[in-house]
Design a protein around this ligand. Structure first.
Ligand code: ZN
Length: 311
């Protein structure tokens, strides 16, 4: 089954994809509690069963405006450096313990909308990733039962401001610019796709930048679920981004950073394609005094020179 959140005149609402198009979930189930996908997932797998034969007025997928598939998850957990090639290109050995960070929900966005390249970063980069959406959830889920707590999968792009990511030891700001993680296009339920060995590709202006099979994940999907649920309770609608393969912009020679006008696409076999055009930031760079690279240059310039040892 393919579920999506669609922008409608009465707000963003959960829809199921049928042969006729997108059908409103709450209307099909005759229950207004199910206007959001998270509430549908919370009701358990049985609540979804009638959707398999859902009928009713449908929205044409060609004209539907998609919102982030899960617009407001309880938590967004991201795994860093989870492909060997990406760890190495960043100058790190492969992790022996999962690198984990959080995203706030304001950083999520619709899968096909324009992405604002923030005016206060000089190093805006892409990271195509497979996202896991939790269904039933739980705490201390063993790897052997991990697949049971997953509702399905989405495509994500973990857009990252590298200068902000590296300015301090914590990655939070560089990974949390407003609207820097498109999620979608649809939640593809686990009975329809098994993404443990599928191709993930990121294309920049049509050129393939990242291409890897998800079987190359250092910590695979069951291990990630086991690990994350060992410290936090996974709840319906929670999103886990599983990490990006090699080929990101900062590690290239010369580095490739995103500019207004660029088009970035991430596709995952059996899950879907998300696509974003980069657009300029309306706010002037002078709006914020916080510019990591400018600060770094200033610090280097004000350090005592090697020849005089002072000033
Ligand atoms: Zn990432």
């Amino acid at each position: 089954m393919r579920l999506a959140t669609i922008v409608t005149p009465v707000g963003d609402r959960a829809h199921v994809r049928t042969r006729a198009g997108y059908v409103d979930v709450a209307t099909a189930l005759g229950d207004e509690r199910f206007t959001s996908l998270a509430s549908l997932l919370a009701a358990g797998p049985e609540a979804m069963l009638p959707l398999r034969t859902a009928d009713g007025p449908a929205i044409d997928p060609a004209t539907a405006r998609l919102a982030a598939t899960i617009p407001n998850p309880g938590k967004v957990i991201c795994i860093g450096r989870n492909y060997l090639e990406h760890a190495l290109e960043g100058g790190s050995p492969p992790p022996t313990w999962p690198e984990t960070f959080l995203r706030v929900t304001d950083s999520l966005m619709a899968p096909l909308d324009d992405v604002v390249v923030p005016s206060n970063t000089e190093q805006f980069d892409f990271e195509g990733e497979l996202g896991i959406v939790i269904g039933w959830g739980g705490r201390h889920v063993p790897a052997s039962r991990a697949m049971e707590v997953i509702a399905g999968y989405v495509v994500c792009n973990d857009y990252s401001a590298r200068d902000w990511q590296r300015a301090a030891s914590q990655w939070t700001p560089g990974k949390n610019f407003d609207g820097s993680m498109p999620v979608g296009p649809e939640l593809v339920t686990s009975d329809e796709v098994d993404p443990r060995d599928v191709l993930l590709e990121t294309r920049l202006n049509g050129e393939v930048m990242q291409s890897a099979r998800t079987s190359l994940l250092i910590f695979d999907i069951p291990t990630i679920i086991e690990y994350v649920s060992s410290f936090t309770t996974l709840r319906p609608g929670d999103l886990i981004a599983t990490g990006t393969p090699g080929g990101v912009g900062f590690a290239r020679t010369p580095p490739v950073y995103l500019r207004a006008g660029d088009m970035v696409e991430v596709s995952i076999e059996g899950v879907g394609i998300i696509r974003n055009r980069m657009v300029p930031d309306g706010s002037p760079p002078s709006l914020s005094p916080w510019r990591p690279l400018a600060k770094m240059r200033q610090t280097v310039a004000s350090q005592p020179s090697a020849t005089t040892g002072r000033d």
